[in-house]
Design a protein around this ligand. Structure first.
Ligand SMILES: Nc1ncnc2c1ncn2[C@@H]1O[C@H](COP(=O)(O)OP(=O)(O)OP(=O)(O)O)[C@@H](O)[C@H]1O
Ligand SMILES: [Mg+2]
Length: 444
């Protein structure tokens, strides 16, 4: 079969949700065999742009052109729900396999690496390398982007526009730092030049007012203003560089629990045909326990067992009396309802709730929207904020880095290092696991 050689073009795309502008005049050309990484902070509009490119969402302005019109486009959504019985990673792999199999001319993949184990990640990378069409992929996985893409398109949360960089993640990071530095320097130079001219004008006016100009042709202060006004107008105007809101995650444990947090004795659980156990496990105060294993090995099932969500078929489970358990579930399902974030935080005084949510990057507009309309990254941040508000002293985190942007991942790493309570963690993010520094690891 001969392959279509064609391209996908987005021209001047704008999109708003209510009063909130998400994309402003975004253009993008996807030539044959392109490998593009789409990046930007949570809520920047990455998924929105991908849905518009896929033809699933109408832009308010601008258009999408497929050349030739018969160009086929495959799309993988960020939140993959193919029904229950399957683990998060198995669902991810099944959905990806389907998207990769149908020989599309263009692949649009929204965070395909979420939930994949190491073997799954390697399999995806091989699949993408062998794919004859073009690929646009959203990801916060720095190493994955370095290995798979040759161009980065960044969506800016401030201007709501797109900026292009050549190379992978590392090239992008270095070039972005250089551009910021240059922008900063030219802004500083322009501010200094304006100050210099204003100072000259001030001195000249003072000189005039003291009458020193008399005897010579008198310069009126009006003339002084005109001369310096013209000088000022010639100084190039440079916008002050945008300084992003810095994220400050902090997780504080409530009162300390007893020495034994959870104990399982000969515990056996079943989930469909999957059986886990018999397990003997004691989690102690301050343990930093990592649960590792390939997709489908039962990591989430083990967490569910520890949390008491699955009935034991045999054995026993005991939880310390002062233990306050709190979890961030793998599918973030606790925050998908019609309630607004402020309603979810109704046990807390409104000002306190707003301040806390702001620390997690959720601003005044975000807290008044239904949680179901939040982007998955915003929902993950809200879930972390909720754990903090509840003063949990045993944190249960299932793939917490899924959906979080790079800045939030790094901030969460720091918050977990400082956290003095007990933590149970499942993650496939190697860098995150290293930073977490588990005191114990359970291999399933
Ligand atoms: N139906 C909707 N109604 C209101 N706001 C929405 C709706 N869908 C998305 N938004 C908002 O639009 C913005 C962009 O969302 P989008 O999902 O495109 O972001 P994203 O860059 O993919 O974020 P993430 O990294 O979390 O996946 C976010 O602030 C989101 O909350
Ligand atoms: Mg998204």
């Amino acid at each position: 079969m001969s392959r279509l050689v064609g391209s996908l073009v987005a021209a001047g795309i704008s999109k708003s949700y209510g009063a909130e502008v998400v994309l402003a005049d975004v253009s993008l050309v996807v030539p044959p065999r392109a490998r593009i990484g789409l990046v930007g902070p949570n809520g920047a509009g990455k998924s929105t742009l991908l849905r518009v490119l896929a033809g699933l969402e109408e832009p308010d302005a601008g258009r999408i052109r497929r050349t030739p019109p018969s160009l086929t486009v495959g799309y993988l959504t960020q939140e993959r729900d193919t029904g229950d019985a399957a683990s998060g990673g198995e669902k991810a792999r099944a959905a990806l396999a389907e998207t990769l199999r149908d020989d599309f001319d263009v692949l649009l993949l929204d965070e395909p690496t979420n939930d994949l184990d190491f073997a799954g990640l390697a399999w995806l990378e091989r699949g993408l390398a062998a794919h004859p069409g073009s690929v646009i992929v959203i990801s916060h996985d720095r190493a994955f982007l370095d290995r798979t893409v040759t161009r980065i398109v960044e969506l800016d949360e401030w201007t709501r526009g797109a900026t292009e960089y050549s190379g992978g993640w590392s090239d992008y990071e270095a070039e972005r730092a250089r551009r910021r530095e240059r922008h900063y320097r030219s802004w500083e130079a322009s501010v200094a030049e304006r100050r210099r001219i204003e100072e000259q004008q001030r001195r000249m006016t003072e000189w005039e007012q003291r009458g020193y100009g008399q005897g010579r042709k008198k310069k009126k202060s009006k003339d002084v203003r005109r001369t310096y006004g013209a000088k000022l107008a010639r100084v190039e105007k440079v916008e002050k560089p945008y300084e992003p809101w810095e994220l400050h995650l902090s997780l504080a444990a409530a009162a300390r629990s007893g020495d034994v947090v959870i104990r399982l004795e000969d515990a056996v659980v079943e989930r469909g045909s999957f059986r886990l156990g018999p397990l003997d496990l004691e989690v102690a105060w301050g343990d930093r326990l990592a649960v590792a294993g390939p997709n489908g090995s039962g990591k989430t099932t083990l967490l569910d067992t520890l949390l008491g969500r699955l009935p034991l078929v045999a054995g026993s489970r005991w939880v310390g009396p002062s233990v306050v358990l709190g979890e961030l579930e793998q599918d973030r399902s606790a925050l998908t309802g019609r309630q607004t974030l402020l309603e979810v935080f109704r046990d807390h005084e409104e000002g306190t709730a707003r301040t806390l949510l702001a620390k997690f990057g959720l601003g005044a507009d975000d807290v008044l929207r239904a949680t179901s309309s939040l982007s998955p990254g915003e929902r993950t941040r809200a879930g972390l904020a909720l754990l903090t508000a509840r003063g949990v002293n045993c944190l249960v985190l299932d793939e917490p880095t899924n959906h979080l942007d790079v800045e939030a991942i790094e901030e969460l790493e720091r918050a977990l290092v400082a956290y003095d309570g007990t933590v149970l963690l499942v993650t496939h993010d190697r860098r995150f696991l290293e930073a977490f520094a588990p005191t114990r690891t359970i291999e399933l």
